[in-house]
Design a protein around this ligand. Structure first.
Ligand code: HEC
Ligand code: HEC
Length: 456
């Protein structure tokens, strides 16, 4: 039994190699000449390195399009996964440095536009969320084994969506039973609406949906790829973040260019956990793919155990970056981060404890910022209706400690905080009583880990 299974898998791999890799060619012969041929869409590959690394299996046509490769677009993570899979399943041999260069070329030339990447940001930011996709049928078929995010961050021709399904069925034959094929006999009775039953297999419905929802050619990519360029990010950035269990984080990042590379940067990072006062200094490196996708890594000192990966989206005006920094070993461990470019004007980042109870007297609040004036008077600081600053007990360029009184009848709700003309919207919230307590994340995690991963 077992031997038979192994042999049939080997045969399957051979079949895949012969038919799937040359898929474009195969279809060509079958497609009637008059139909618009989807292969006309393919994106030329002008990188000699990609041609050299991949063309032993992926054919190059007269328009420099390569079979399979030219017919799909995705994120750097998507390309990385494919290249890794080419190595592990298809015996591609490639040096790490060449793989990185191939990855960069493909992510930039066959990438996603910001509008296309954003809805699937949770996937690359490794957010543990319960995602609900709009098309239920497709969700059921394609999120049984991995996240829907992986799927939504792909753009492909219809033929490529079909070949992707074929790849799953070839390498993972169980996918037919687990998700792809309808089990049981076809329906014969019309539905309640009188229409004939839809007897397509779930995978056929999914391919139909995916081909129209996530096609290779889109207006977004045409516009973005024509306008794309390496961003100039050097300078000083204000950091604000939030880490579950540890609260708000405030600090600064200095981004410097790396000589000889337009899209590579070095970072000097420092921040403070506002509640505990714990200070952190990190140094890192980053690459920006496709003009907007920041992928970095930083460590404290030279300690690899403190490494955080950085996945952030750059706004079009090059003045704000936002996303998530996470450990990689455990996706749960990480923080939401926002960077905003700063000049020499004062900038308010936030406060240590933003919830202020009505009828409070001489409540201490620490304000975090950048370029704050060396001396501050209570009148320079405005928390809004019902909150009075009675005293400034300390101030520096990066923080100020103040005492506030909150009136008994202060209206409940969020307040913008002004310091010397700079504003932080919704920096504090006035409340009168606690109505409930919410614990996040809702799902618990038992202690796992040990030899390969740190214990949690
Ligand atoms: C030794 C042969 C071989 C080499 C070299 C090779 N591939 Fe592949 N590739 C395959 C085979 C076989 C398939 C079809 C089966 C599969 O998807 O694994 C494939 C499929 C693909 C697909 C479609 C996968 C999908 O998600 O549907 C992409 C994209 C791809 N390869 C990219 C590359 C890139 C980029 C390189 C060069 C860095 C490369 N391949 C090098 C054999 C190879
Ligand atoms: C039975 C489990 C299973 C189901 C169902 C499934 N996948 Fe996958 N998928 C996998 C596995 C396993 C891999 C490859 C291993 C890996 O790298 O995680 C994979 C890889 C992929 C990749 C990356 C391919 C590449 O370029 O290397 C994409 C994209 C993908 N799946 C999309 C889909 C879509 C679309 C559907 C629904 C039609 C689907 N998957 C349903 C198990 C599944």
């Amino acid at each position: 039994m077992r031997a038979g299974f192994v042999i049939s898998l080997a045969a399957m791999a051979l079949f895949l190699h012969a038919h799937i890799v040359r898929g474009q060619e195969q279809k060509k012969a079958e497609t009637p000449a008059k139909e618009e041929k989807p292969e006309d869409e393919g994106i030329p590959i002008t990188s000699e390195l990609v041609q050299k690394s991949c063309s032993s299996c992926h054919k190059i046509d007269e328009k420099k399009r390569m079979s399979r490769i030219s017919y799909r677009r995705t994120t750097p993570e998507g390309w990385q996964q494919t290249i890794k899979r080419m190595v592990s399943l298809n015996k591609l041999q490639i040096e790490p440095e060449a793989a990185r260069a191939v990855l960069k070329y493909l992510s930039n030339s066959l990438g996603l536009a910001p509008e296309e990447a954003r809805p699937g940001a949770f996937e690359v930011e490794k957010r543990m969320i319960d995602y609900k996709y709009s098309d239920k049928d497709t969700e059921q078929v394609c999120s049984k084994c991995h996240s829907m995010g992986r799927v939504m961050l792909q753009r492909r021709t219809k033929e490529e969506w079909e070949l992707l399904v074929a790849m799953h069925r070839g390498y993972y034959p169980l996918s037919d039973f687990q998700a792809f094929r309808r089990l049981g006999p076809p329906q014969t009775e019309p539905g309640p609406d009188g229409r004939p039953p839809d007897n397509r297999h779930p995978m056929e419905k999914a391919v139909a949906h995916l081909s129209s929802a996530f096609p290779l050619k889109t207006a977004e990519w045409s516009a973005w790829s024509a306008n794309m360029r390496p961003p100039r990010l050097q300078g000083r950035w204000a950091l604000s973040g939030y880490q579950l269990g540890k609260g708000p984080v405030y600090g600064q990042v200095v981004i410097s260019p790396v000589a000889g590379a337009e899209d590579a940067f070095a970072t000097e990072i420092r921040y403070t956990y506002a509640r505990s006062g714990q200070q952190v200094a990190r140094a890192g490196k980053a690459l920006v793919y496709t003009g907007f996708q920041w992928r970095g890594r930083s460590v404290e000192g030279a300690n690899d155990a403190t490494a955080l990966r950085e996945v952030m989206f750059l706004e079009r005006d090059w003045s704000s970056l936002s996303g998530r920094w996470f450990s990689g070993a455990y996706d749960e461990t990480g923080m939401d981060v926002q960077l905003r470019r700063i000049g020499s004007d004062p900038f308010v980042l936030g406060v240590d404890r933003g919830a202020l109870k009505t009828s409070s007297v001489r409540r201490a609040v620490k304000i975090f910022g950048v370029n704050l004036p060396a001396t501050l008077a209570p009148s320079d600081i405005d928390f809004g209706p019902g909150i009075k600053v009675t005293r400034v007990t300390g101030s520096s360029a990066e923080s100020a400690t103040v005492e506030v009184d909150v009136a008994r009848d202060a209206p409940v709700g969020a307040r913008d905080l002004y310091v010397s003309g700079a504003v932080r919207q919704g920096a504090v919230v006035v409340y009168d009583k606690v109505d409930g307590l919410k614990v996040t994340p809702l799902a618990g995690l038992a202690r796992i880990g040990g030899i390969n991963f740190p214990k949690q």
